[in-house]
Design a protein around this ligand. Structure first.
Ligand SMILES: NC(=O)c1ccc[n+]([C@@H]2O[C@H](COP(=O)([O-])OP(=O)(O)OC[C@H]3O[C@@H](n4cnc5c(N)ncnc54)[C@H](OP(=O)(O)O)[C@@H]3O)[C@@H](O)[C@H]2O)c1
Length: 265
C-alpha cells in the first residue's frame, strides 16, 4: 500500500494527460492498483509506464467518457475501488464572440455527462463493497474547477459545467455518506497542463500539475468535501461569484475571453 495515501485501488479518467496523469503518478506505489483511462492510446501507455516505474500495478483502458455503456463497463469490471476520480474534461471559451453550439454540447457531454457516466456506476458498485477503514466503502471525486464559482462571460459552458458537477457532488455527499460512500468536489485554480498551454491571458497563481495532484490527494485523504486551491484564487473566485450578476458581467467582459477550442465539434 502507498505510504502516503490509504487507497489500494484507484480509477482515474483522463489519465493520459495533465492533471489526470499527475494524479496517477502521485498515487502510484507498490501495492496500489491503478485503473487508468483516456482516449489517446500512446499518451495513456506513457502515463501507465510512468506509474509502473513507481511500483504500481496498472491496467489501462482506452475509453471515451461520453460513452455511458463503455464507461460503466470499465468501472464495473475493475473490482473493488477505493477511490474513483472523474477527471476527464475539456475546456473552451467564446473568443469574445458567440460560443459555437457544438462546443457547448461537447463541453456539457464531457464535463457533466462524462462525470455522471463515471460517478454513477462507481457509486452503485461501492454500495455493494464491504466498508473499509472508518466505515468508508469508497470515495468518488469529481474534478470541477474554481470556474465553478464564477459565471464568467468568456467561458459560459465551461463555468456552468464545472458548477453543475461541483454542486452535484457536494450535495450528494450528504446522503451517500450515510451508507459509507463519500463524494468530493475538486476545484483547482490554474494548473500548467496542455489545457492551459493555449491560454494567452495571464493566469494568476498558475501551479504545476504535480503540486495540484499532491494538494488534491492530500485533501481527499483528509476527507475534505471540497478540495479547492490555491486559497487566494479560491477566495477571489468566491467574491467575484458573489457580485450582482450584471456587475460581474460588466467587470468580466473587460477581461480577455478563453479561445474557442472545439470550433467544429
Ligand atoms: N488545467 C487547469 O488549469 C484546470 C483547472 C481546473 C480544473 N481543471 C480540470 O482538470 C481536468 C483535467 O484537465 P487538464 O488540465 O489535465 O487537461 P488536459 O491536459 O487537456 O487533459 C484532459 C484529459 O481529459 C481526457 N479527456 C477529454 N475528453 C475526454 C473524453 N471524452 N473521454 C475520455 N477522456 C477525455 C483527455 O484524454 P485524451 O487526451 O486521451 O483525449 C486528457 O487525459 C479537467 O476536468 C479540467 O477541466 C483543469
Amino acid at each position: 500500500m502507498s505510504k502516503a495515501y490509504p487507497w489500494r485501488a484507484i480509477a482515474i479518467t483522463g489519465a493520459s494527460s495533465g492533471l489526470g496523469r499527475a494524479l496517477a503518478e502521485e498515487a502510484a506505489a507498490a501495492g496500489v492498483t491503478l485503473h487508468l483511462s483516456g482516449r489517446d492510446a500512446a499518451r495513456l501507455a506513457a502515463a501507465a509506464a510512468a506509474c509502473r516505474a513507481r511500483g504500481a500495478e496498472v491496467r489501462e483502458t482506452v475509453l471515451d467518457v461520453t460513452n455511458a455503456i463503455a464507461t460503466a463497463a470499465w468501472i464495473r469490471g475493475a473490482g473493488r475501488l477505493d477511490l474513483v476520480i472523474a477527471n476527464a474534461g475539456i475546456s473552451g471559451g467564446t473568443g469574445g464572440a458567440t460560443e459555437p453550439a457544438g462546443q457547448v454540447q461537447a463541453i456539457f457531454a464531457t464535463n457533466v455527462g462524462g462525470v455522471l457516466n463515471t460517478a454513477l456506476p462507481a457509486i452503485e458498485c461501492m454500495s455493494a463493497q464491504p466498508p473499509g477503514a472508518g466505515g468508508i466503502r469508497g470515495r468518488v471525486a469529481v474534478v470541477a474547477s474554481l470556474a465553478a464559482f464564477v459565471a464568467a462571460p468568456g467561458a459560459p459552458a465551461y463555468c456552468a459545467s464545472k458548477s453543475a458537477v461541483q454542486r452535484w457532488a457536494e450535495a450528494l455527499d450528504a446522503t451517500e455518506r450515510a451508507r459509507g460512500i463519500r463524494l468530493h468536489a475538486v476545484c483547482p485554480g490554474y494548473v500548467r497542463t496542455p489545457m492551459t498551454a493555449r491560454n494567452s491571458f495571464p493566469m494568476p497563481f498558475l501551479m504545476d500539475a504535480d503540486e495540484a495532484a499532491r494538494r488534491t490527494l492530500r485533501g481527499l485523504a483528509a476527507g475534505r468535501l471540497r478540495v479547492a486551491y490555491p486559497l487566494p484564487l479560491y477566495w477571489m473566485a468566491r467574491l467575484a461569484g458573489a457580485l450582482p450578476p450584471a456587475w460581474r458581467n460588466a467587470l468580466f467582459t473587460r477581461l480577455p475571453a478563453k479561445d474557442v477550442t472545439q470550433p467544429g465539434a
